[in-house]
Design a protein. Structure first.
Ligand code: AMP
Ligand code: GLY
Length: 418
């Protein structure tokens, strides 16, 4: 029997707690700091305070720590827990460089022969500016380090590109994350996320998922933390998924192991399906948010067993099974998100069949209130995408708070704006 501490306080962590609680092996579940949806399980914690995290894990004598977000992993949460003798589902800071340094990830991909866009890395703004003046391909510019999803730019003109280089490298709009930039070929195609459970040696992929980063319908408006998701994403069939496993996920794991940084946890490959096949846009070192809110409800397996097997280097493909059907998650955000927004507004939620509510920016157990930009996600479940989407939007209609905003086109066929 196993007691588990989940670190984080977003919708992803609520979904993790919801799924872990369904394991027959679980005896105790703590979420730190959690949110209004996990109120009965919450313990106070600043997830970036690694010594406090280790102290909490030891004081509560938990058997497993599951780290949701990337920032504590980048800060060495998994390393410190291992040193204290606590099992941690999540990579070491060195292995997490697949997400925390785009330059590291690019170099590793080239060494391992993983298909990705052409690129150049720059530490000197003048050299970067000279390169973009002459580069013959359309490009994007990426800050090297963590920038909370805001460090990728698709410039419209040379002037725009030069302004981005100056903002990131000279003004350091993202601090040290902008010490290096990657100038990368701009790719066209459909985006798909393939997440995989990893035990250091093996990667077992989950269902392909699709997320929606832009604030407004039709992929317009500013980038956000994610406004919705669905799974399975049918643009990758079983053969294509097997090819992603063989040509992308496994080589990445092998390369990380060769660097003596075996990757344990969830490796997330953000892919562009181009005419020449899938290309990696980015790796993340943890579950996606809101991808977790569609993948975990579809997982027909014991998540505690899978996570322990990952930590112990004993993952098997047959541990990871899926319910048939589909899931669609619609994020409900505060008015104004991703810009300034009001907090502390009362929320009411009526139950809906085949729909789950995963909280993110909420607080208060009996008197639930908004406490963030992305307030919650409603996940609809159905026999197919159409059915799951219908359940998700019925669920959205059953949630009320002042100024609630959400996209109407999550899971809709391209071009549909219902
Ligand atoms: P990333 O954080 O690297 O995934 O980038 C965020 C978003 O920027 C991606 O989801 C894509 O929509 C876009 N993007 C990143 N890299 C490229 C690229 N090489 N070509 C076109 N779009 C890109
Ligand atoms: N949904 C994108 C991410 O979690 O990075």
């Amino acid at each position: 029997m196993v007691s588990v501490l989940v670190v984080g306080g977003g919708g992803r962590e609520h979904a993790l707690a919801w799924k872990l609680a369904r394991s027959p092996r679980i005896t105790r579940l703590i979420v730190a700091p959690g949110n209004g949806g996990t109120a009965a399980l919450n313990a106070p914690l600043d997830p970036l305070d690694v010594p406090a995290l280790v102290a909490l894990a030891l004081a509560e004598a938990v058997d497993l720590v599951v780290v949701g977000p990337e920032a504590p992993l980048a800060a060495g949460a998994a390393d410190a827990l291992a040193a204290a003798g606590v099992r941690c589902f999540g990579p070491t800071a060195a292995a997490a460089r697949l997400e925390t340094s785009k330059a590291f990830a690019k170099d590793l991909m080239v060494r391992a022969g993983i298909p990705t866009a052409r690129y150049r890395i720059f530490e000197d703004p003048a050299a970067a500016a000279a390169f973009v003046r002459g580069v013959p391909w359309p490009f994007v510019i990426k800050a090297d380090g963590l920038a909370a999803g805001k460090g990728v730019f698709l410039p419209h003109s040379l002037d725009d590109a030069l302004a981005v280089i100056s903002k990131v490298m000279v003004e350091r709009a993202f601090g040290e994350a902008g010490a290096q930039i990657v100038v990368e070929e701009r790719l066209d195609g459909e985006e798909v996320s393939v997440l995989a459970f990893c035990d250091g040696r093996r990667a077992v992929p989950m269902l392909p998922a699709r997320d929606y980063k832009r604030a407004l319908d039709g992929d317009l408006g500013p980038n956000t933390g994610g406004m919705g998701a669905f799974a399975p994403a049918l643009s990758l069939d079983a053969d294509a998924l097997a090819a992603v496993q063989r040509d992308i996920l496994q080589p990445a794991l092998d390369a990380a192991r060769e660097l003596e940084s075996p990757f344990v946890g969830v490796l997330y490959a953000g892919l562009m399906i181009t005419d020449e096949g899938p290309r990696v846009l980015e790796f993340n070192c943890r579950f996606g948010d809101p991808e977790a809110q569609v993948l975990l409800p579809l997982l027909d397996a014991d998540l505690v067993q899978i996570m322990l097997a990952c930590v112990d280097g004993a993952l098997c493909e047959d541990m990871v099974r899926w319910h048939p059907g589909a899931a669609v998650a619609v994020v409900m955000a505060s008015q104004g998100y991703p810009g300034p927004h009001r907090l502390g507004l009362p929320i009411s939620i009526a139950p809906v069949a085949d729909a789950l509510v995963f909280h993110a920016g909420t607080c208060g157990a009996r008197r639930l209130q908004t406490a963030g930009g992305r307030v919650l996600a409603v996940t609809g479940l159905g026999g197919d995408l159409v059915g799951a989407r219908e359940r998700a939007y019925v669920g959205v209609d059953a949630v009320q708070f002042d100024g609630a905003s959400w996209r109407r086109d999550i899971g809709a066929p391209p071009g549909l704006r219902s």
